[in-house]
Write a protein that binds this ligand. Structure first.
Ligand code: HEM
Length: 456
């Protein structure tokens, strides 16, 4: 008898199962048709098929994750990276060397460079700019008439991101140009992602020309901003200085292309997400005047009637809860994707290397298993005695882990101040011609919200 033959057999490792295929496939088209036709409802009903399910999108199999804990596991695990068709199309348009699409050591280095600009202790420094922009916006509405919330929201979001993070007096005219360029680029990018008809977008059609012009102007603007900052010799304590002074792994200054792509990679998600959330907030204040009144009363009790200031935000509990509940029901980033870099396991299922994963913060944050009266707008569910029951990862509009939005504190502060400033000055009425159903694009927001501001 040899020694080997008496060694105990290794414990049986259970074979991991393939996740079930979600129901509702259409022959040849798979699940793609439903995903395109009504993405929010489609993503939400997947939870009825399992915690991890397989989807057939044309010839591809994609793994959808529907349980909060498992979305947290994906976001926190190094086995999943940013990759896949969505990211490739973004890279083609916006640049390959920005933080939003990098992985591994490059991504870690880039996060280290940009992080100080978003640290909690850096945010009060942006207070005066945010106050100025938010009050200028409400002042513009003083003359009555109808406001087109899409352009108003985009304008204030771009101006705040550009002025806070790229500073400089030149920003005023540039912020306006950035606004126009980014709004057009976002509309066109979504079209190109949903209908990836490559050659069609090269035809000299008016819409294609407008998109190409806007994209070229966006890149030109960023070049101008960088060149002017260099020429000025000034080094204000901001994100642009951090990028211009940054060095790579070898201690060498980072390249021009990386600086350019980083500015684009920060400005683009920064303006679209904030603009979308502002639109959703305006819709909420219109549809729930009782909460708008409560915000107004809370702000006045803190300010005694003077214009609300950045420093007041911390004391505005209900205002903050209105914002959080808006982010729960209408998370600007409604879908996230990853790719498995190795064979791995999720929720007891086998996920093969190379698999594309999707999950939807929209679906997770409306799951009736996590939220009583899940579809109801109820800011008080964020009072401490109630919010403690919300399961882990069931509310992550800024995501978690190494790709978590660097701008969560900055965004929350500016959006709270926006909510407070707007609700204390106006009530809103929906104007006919408004189309306030949810529009699903790169982000989520009301289709075309037209409001009449009524001074309080
Ligand atoms: C990443 C949400 C505002 C810059 C993300 C991610 C989410 C998110 C969910 C993670 C994406 C992923 O995991 O794939 C939001 C929401 C915002 C907001 C809901 C506002 C309501 C901003 C602002 C900026 C910004 C204002 C910059 C000015 C970024 C960047 C990333 C990112 C650069 C990529 C981070 C990385 O990959 O390491 N954001 N964001 N975001 N966000 Fe935001």
């Amino acid at each position: 008898m040899t020694v080997e033959s008496v060694k105990p057999a290794p414990p049986e490792v259970p074979e991991l199962l393939e996740p079930p295929v979600a129901g509702g496939r259409i022959p040849l088209l798979g699940h793609g048709w439903k995903l395109v036709r009504d993405p929010l409802a489609f993503m939400a009903q997947l939870r009825d098929h399992g915690e991890v399910v397989r989807l057939r999108l044309g010839p591809k199999t994609v793994y959808a994750v529907t349980a909060p804990a498992l979305t947290g596991a994906v976001a926190l695990s190094p086995d999943y990276i940013i990759a896949g068709p969505l990211w490739e199309s973004l890279e083609g348009l916006l640049g390959k060397e920005g933080v939003a699409t990098a992985n591994g050591p490059t991504h870690r280095r880039q996060r280290r460079i940009i992080q100080p600009a978003f640290r909690l202790d850096a945010i009060p420094g942006y207070g005066p700019i945010i106050e100025e922009e938010v009050h200028a916006l409400t002042e513009r509405w003083r003359h009555g008439g109808t406001i087109d919330c899409t352009s108003e929201a985009f304008r204030v979001a771009v101006r705040i991101a550009a002025r806070c993070l790229l500073r400089g007096d030149f920003m005023d005219e540039r912020a306006e140009r950035l606004c126009v360029a980014l709004a057009t680029v976002f509309r066109g990018m979504y079209r190109r992602m949903v209908v990836p008809a490559g050659p069609l977008y090269r035809l000299p059609l008016p819409a294609n020309r407008e998109f190409d012009r806007a994209l070229a102007d966006l890149h030109l603007l960023v070049d101008e901003i960088v060149a002017e900052r260099r020429a000025s010799g000034q080094k204000p304590d901001d994100l642009l200085t951090a990028l211009l002074e940054a060095t790579d792994e070898n201690g060498e200054p980072i390249g021009e292309q990386e600086i350019h792509d980083q500015v684009v990679a920060i400005l683009t998600p920064g303006s679209e997400t904030v603009a979308s959330t502002i639109m959703s907030l305006l819709q909420v204040l219109t549809e729930h005047p009782e909460h708008a009144d409560k915000v107004c009363a809370e702000v006045e009790s803190v300010t005694g009637g003077r214009p609300v200031a950045f420093d007041d935000v911390r004391a505005l509990t209900h205002t903050n809860n209105v914002l959080v509940e808006t982010l729960r029901l209408w998370p600007a980033v409604w879908i996230l994707t990853r790719r498995a870099v190795t064979d791995t396991e999720l929720g007891g299922y086998r996920i093969p290397a190379g698999a594309d994963i999707i999950y939807s913060p929209y679906a997770i944050q409306r799951d009736p298993r996590s939220y009583a009266r899940n579809e109801e707008f109820d800011p008080d569910r964020w009072l401490p005695e109630r919010s403690k029951d919300v399961p882990k990862f069931a509310m992550s509009p800024f995501s978690v882990g190494n790709r978590k939005c660097p701008s969560d504190h900055f965004s929350m502060a500016l959006l709270s101040l926006f909510t407070a400033a707007v609700a204390t000055r106006y009530r809103f009425e929906l104007v006919s011609g408004s189309y306030d159903t949810t529009r699903v694009g790169i982000t989520l927001h009301p289709h075309r919200l037209m409001l009449r501001p009524i001074p309080r």
